[in-house]
Design a protein around this ligand. Structure first.
Ligand SMILES: C[S@@+](CC[C@H](N)C(=O)[O-])C[C@H]1O[C@@H](n2cnc3c(N)ncnc32)[C@H](O)[C@@H]1O
Length: 285
C-alpha cells in the first residue's frame, strides 16, 4: 500500500480542493453563535444523543466515535509534514495518542480540564489511559446536547467528571470551579471563535493553571510559500475559523502576561487542510 501521498491526491478524498478553487459551489460560512448552535446543538451532537436514546442501552465513547467518523471512512491525514492515507479509526487513535503525549509531560496536575469538549471524545478516552488514572477530570462545553452526551457517556464508563457550560467568548469562560495547577486544554474548539480577545487569555489565567494547551488549527502557522499552506489558509477563511490565536498568545507573551512554553506548527490533521498546531503556555505569576 502507498504510504506517502501528495497534495495532488487530495481531490480524490475530499470535495474541498475543488470548492476552494471555485470549481464546485460552496457557501461562505460565518461562525456566529447561531451557526455554532445549528451545527452542534441542533445537528451533530443532537443526532448522536438521539441515536444513544434509540439504542436503549449504555453506549461507549468508542461506539459514538465510530458513528461520528462513519461519514469519512478514509482520509489523507497530515502527519508532521507528510500526507498519509489512514482509516478514520486509525487517524482518530493517532490523534488521541498525540494528545496524550502532549499532556503527559505536564503531570502532576490538580485536574485535567477540557474546554469545548464536544461529546467528550478526547477527555473520556484519555480518562481510560493509565497515564491519567485516578485523575480529577472536568469538561466544559458550549452546547447543551454536548454536555448531556458527556454526562451520559461518562456514566457508561463509571467515570466521575464535572461537566458544565463554557463559552470562550465570555468573561467567565466556564461554570466550573477549576482548582489551581490544573492543566486546561482545548482540541479543535477555540477555532470556532473567529477572533479571540485578550480577555480570553485573562479569563483562563484567573484559574492559575499549571499550563494551558491548545491543539488547534492555527492560521498564522500555515505557510504562504507552499500550495498546501495557502489552501489551508483559504479553508480557514471560507469556514470563518479562528485566525488570531498565535498572534494573540505571542502578543500576551511579549507583554509578559504569559509565557509560551511550546509552539509546534501544523503537527497533525485528519483533515489535511485543518492540521492542528500545539501551543502550550502558562500565566506569568
Ligand atoms: C469540533 S468540536 C471538538 C470537540 C472536542 N474538543 C474534540 O476534539 O473532539 C468543537 C466543539 O467546540 C464547541 N464550541 C464552539 N464554540 C464554542 C465556544 N464559543 N465556547 C466553547 N466551546 C465552543 C462546540 O460546541 C463543539 O462541541
Amino acid at each position: 500500500m502507498r504510504t506517502n501521498y501528495t497534495i495532488n491526491d487530495l481531490p480524490r478524498f475530499s470535495p474541498w480542493p475543488a470548492r476552494l478553487l471555485g470549481l464546485e459551489p460552496w457557501e461562505q460560512k460565518h461562525k456566529t453563535p447561531e451557526e455554532v448552535t445549528r451545527e452542534y446543538e441542533n445537528e451533530k451532537w443532537a443526532q448522536l444523543l438521539t441515536k444513544i436514546r434509540e439504542a436503549g442501552r449504555e453506549v461507549s465513547v468508542e461506539a459514538v466515535d465510530e458513528w461520528a467518523l462513519a461519514a469519512v471512512p478514509y482520509s489523507v491525514c497530515s502527519i508532521e509534514g507528510t500526507l498519509q492515507l489512514l482509516s478514520a479509526a486509525e487517524g482518530h487513535q493517532r490523534y488521541l495518542d498525540l494528545v496524550e503525549a502532549t499532556l503527559k509531560p505536564l503531570l502532576p496536575m490538580s485536574a485535567l480540564v477540557e474546554l469545548g469538549a464536544g461529546y467528550g471524545s478526547v477527555i473520556l478516552s484519555l480518562a481510560k489511559r493509565d497515564a491519567f488514572a485516578r485523575m480529577r477530570f472536568m469538561a466544559g462545553e458550549y452546547s447543551t446536547s454536548g454536555i448531556e452526551l458527556i454526562r451520559c457517556l461518562a456514566r457508561a464508563q463509571r467515570l466521575e467528571i464535572e461537566v458544565a457550560h463554557c463559552n470562550f467568548a465570555s468573561r467567565q469562560i466556564a461554570d466550573l470551579i477549576i482548582p489551581p495547577n490544573a492543566v486546561i486544554f482545548t482540541s479543535y474548539a477555540t477555532t470556532y471563535v473567529p477572533n479571540l480577545s485578550a480577555d480570553f487569555v485573562k479569563a483562563l489565567s484567573i484559574y492559575s493553571p499549571r499550563a494551558v494547551v491548545h491543539i488547534e488549527p492555527c492560521y498564522e502557522h500555515y505557510e504562504t510559500h507552499t500550495l498546501l499552506g495557502l489552501m489551508r489558509r483559504r479553508y480557514i477563511e471560507v469556514n470563518d475559523y479562528n485566525t488570531n490565536l498565535v498572534t494573540l498568545l505571542r502578543d500576551q507573551d511579549k507583554k509578559s502576561r504569559i509565557r509560551i512554553l511550546d509552539e509546534r506548527p501544523a503537527v497533525y490533521g485528519m483533515n489535511p487542510l485543518l492540521a492542528a498546531s500545539i501551543l502550550v503556555w502558562s500565566p506569568s505569576i
